[in-house]
Design a protein. Structure first.
Length: 225
């Protein structure tokens, strides 16, 4: 017999009530059964995936199940709702945050790549900021691999997004400009680096940057003169 909604509620409640990750095996079996029995968009499946991630998060000494299930949930959401749905963006962002914290770089990179190039036209500010975070995470991995041209492209997109979210200016825009100044200087484009540093300084003045922040930028500008 198919799982009823009442049975689903009971199973999830019981799994969430157990210590640490002890409820995972029964929830995984329930998820597999629901996915075989129900429409992919059935809310019961989504609730089961959410419960799986919540239960897995209760075992801080073993985060492998949390990473695996968080990625599984993100992939499932992508399949049923499409790669640009806000819930999908948030799921990949959550995975990227966890993976970055745990230095699980391969998983973090997959998470950031899943959303870094999502369309920005019409996106909410929350979604745009999630894309910005992904761009910065991916940029960090590319920088570690010395892929500077790709870092520059990612940072340019990050600047566009933050200027859209903060049209009146913000410290986040100044940070984007700082990142671009750094990578263009490494690429040998001193003119572009100086232009970005000057824009960074102007933005810091606009948003009330501290004297020490301005002095640091002035020192960089002097090096690029």
């Amino acid at each position: 017999m198919p799982v009823t909604d009442a049975e689903l509620d009971t199973a999830i409640t019981e799994a969430l009530s157990r210590r640490r990750g002890e409820g995972l095996p029964s929830l995984i079996a329930l998820r597999d059964r629901l996915q075989a029995e129900r429409d992919p968009l059935d809310p019961g499946i989504a609730r089961t995936w959410d419960a799986l991630v919540r239960v897995a998060a209760r075992s801080p000494d073993d985060l492998d199940p949390l990473l695996e299930l968080s990625e599984g949930r993100a992939r499932w959401l992508t399949a049923v709702r499409g790669p640009t749905h806000p819930d999908v963006i948030q799921a990949w962002r959550t995975l990227g945050d966890i993976a970055d914290t745990e230095c699980a770089w391969d998983i973090a990179t997959r998470a950031w790549e899943a959303i870094a190039h999502a369309p920005i036209d019409g996106a909410s500010d929350a979604t745009l900021l999630s894309i910005s975070l992904a761009l910065r995470g991916l940029s960090g991995r590319k920088l570690a691999a010395d892929q500077l041209d790709e870092v520059r492209v990612l940072n340019e997109r990050d600047l566009v997004i933050n200027e859209r979210v903060f049209p009146a200016g913000d410290r986040q825009v100044a940070l984007c400009l700082e990142n671009l100044a750094g990578v263009t200087e490494q690429l040998g484009d001193r003119a572009a680096a100086r232009a970005y540093r000057q824009r960074q300084r102007d933005m810091l003045v606009k948003v009330g940057g501290s004297a020490s922040q301005l002095a640091k930028v002035d020192a960089q500008l002097a090096k690029l003169a």
